[in-house]
Structures are given as C-alpha cells and as structure tokens.
Write a protein that binds this ligand. Sequence first.
Ligand code: PLP
Length: 370
Amino acid sequence: MRSFTDRVSEIDISGIRKMFEAAGTDSINLGLGEPDFPTPGHICDAAVDAIRIGHTKYTPGAGIPELRNALSEKFLRDNNISVSPDEVIVTSGASEALHIAMQALVEPGDDVLVPDPGFVSYSALSHIAGGRVIGVPLTGLGLVLDPDVVAEHITPNMKVLVVNSPSNPCGSVQSRKEIQALSELAEDYDFTIISDEVYEFFIYAGEHASPAEFTDNVVTVNAASKTYSMTGWRLGYLAARMEYIEQFHKVHQYVQACANSVAQAAVLAAITGSQDCVEDMRKTFEARRNLLIKGLLGMGVECPTPAGAFYVFPRVGDGDRVASELASRGVITVPGSAFGEYAREHIRISYATSESDIIRALGRMRDVIL
Ligand SMILES: Cc1ncc(COP(=O)(O)O)c(C=O)c1O
C-alpha cells in the first residue's frame, strides 16, 4: 500500500463539503460561504478589457505594481495601516496567503493557536506545516477571542496566533480594545498574529480593527473574494513587514509564481472604483440577518445576534444531529463540529442567500428545532 505523509493523510475532508454531498436537489442551501451576488459589472468589464489588451501573461511575482500601490492606499484608507507597496504580496485568494504564512512561520513541532470554533483552513494549514494546533475557545455571548484566555494557552513553542474578525463561523467582531490587547500579547511573547480580515466590510454593529495598527508582529490577510463577491476569481493579498515578505515571497514564487493576471486587473478596478457595491451588499446582508435572527428567536433558539460576516451560529444541542435532520428536510447547514472541538452544540447557518429562501428554510426548520 502506498504511504502518504501523516501531515496530509491525517487531515479530515471539510465537514462543509460532507453536508453538500448529502444535499438533495430541492434543498435550500444555507451552508454557503460565499456571497450570492454577481461580481459587479465594472469589475467584470475591467477583466474583459485586460483579456482583450493581452494582459494574459505572467505578472511580477508579488503582483502588478498598480495593484500593489492601490492596496497600499487601501490599507491606509480602510485600516489605518501604513504599508508600502513592497510590503504587499498579491496571492491566489486568502487561502494561498494563509498557506504561505504558515509555511514560512511554522516549524514542525511549533504550536499554532487557532480560534475554536474557527474557519476550517487554520488547523488544516497549520497541520500541513507540521505545527501542533491548539484551539483557543471563543467565549462570552458574542463568541470572541478573549485576550486573557489566549494568554492562558500560550506555550514556549508557540509561533502563531490566528485572529479572524469578523469571524467565520460565528459572525463575531472583536472590539478595538481586544485587538489591541491581542497585539500586545504578540509583542510581549514575540509571536506572530495572522489576521484574517476577509469579512472586514460586512459589519452591522461595532467597527473593524486590524492588529497591524498596534504591532508589526502581524501578517494581514485579505481578499477580494467576499468583499466584491469574487470567490471564483481567486484573488487575495497579504501585508507584512519586509522581513516576513522576503521569506513569504519564496513560498509564493514556488507554489504559485504569480496570481491570475486577469483577476489582478479586475481587482485593481474593484479597489480603486466606487465602493457603493460593497455597501449595497452589506445592507442586504444586514436585512437578511435580521430576518433570520427574528425567525430563530421566534422558535426559541439560543442565538446571539452576530455583528458581522454572513453567518449565524445558534446553539441547538447536538449540532451533528440537528444539521443532518435539517439536511433530510432539505435545509443545508454546517454542523459546528466542522469548526472545532468547542462548537459541537452549534450549527452554522449562512444567510448568503435570498430572503425568500431564508423564509422557506425557517418554515422547514421549525419541525426539527422546536
Ligand atoms: C475566514 C475565511 N478566510 C479565508 C477564506 C478563504 O478565502 P479565499 O476564497 O479568498 O481563499 C474564507 C472562505 O470561506 C474564510 O471564511
């Protein structure tokens, strides 16, 4: 029998995928992790133009200079972070940015602290890098990373803390004060924060804060995927100080060479163009969130109102059982167990779908949840 590396064969296939496989054809899909809107027209036009004028070749490894300049300006405009264009690498989605950072920072045997519940890739990518994953339970009504709880989990071998605000799967948003306290821990214990900010613009209460405002021990990861409804374009980016970039560049060069040239032109139009499309999506998500929460609370479900992203994360008892019963009635959700050890009593419901689907799904949920 062929043998494969432990670090790959030990990883489980995503629990999210398992639910899709179980879905019937007339199912209402509330399992999705991507906006359901089309990519805005002006962004598509820029891509078509790029193809027509022949921007179809390799680009500079770190990305086209125009896009890196625009991203440098974006970080100042939106995040109050000062990064030069040289401190930006354009990647194939946030996924590649996360992979690059883990590969360059985590040595076999190093500890990586990830939020639990947390996005599935954090533990898988840490594992592929040979790291030991330590889940830090999210706490409080809002399910956030409490800096004191993080401090309790710090080990001598710890290299990385992953922060994800707004959060997938909880929809929680860390306060500026918490982000500052987490940044101070990174300075005091000399570890790196990987800050995944892909949902930064989908916030309905509170504000977005980046650790890079407070520390240089950080890799800021972001993407056009969620912000501009561009998941299939595979375009992300990261920013970090030069000592990080020099190492990250090597991984990026050998796994990817460069990000997709046409997608880079499209994202240049997205970042430099009107941001009204983002605000329109945010408002639509907010209305859907309110509809879903009202329906769930009306059924007596324990469900804090999430401040961000496009997920709600109610506590339903046995999340695996509830998710599979919902699936058998044609409503796809994701069991909390897909996101970590501390999430088994939850399910993730995405509202990146129409209001009519949400209303239909609530009707079907009543029978299972009540
Ligand atoms: C928190 C988080 N980070 C990163 C990603 C991956 O983003 P991309 O599609 O840009 O690779 C996702 C996708 O669901 C996500 O939810």
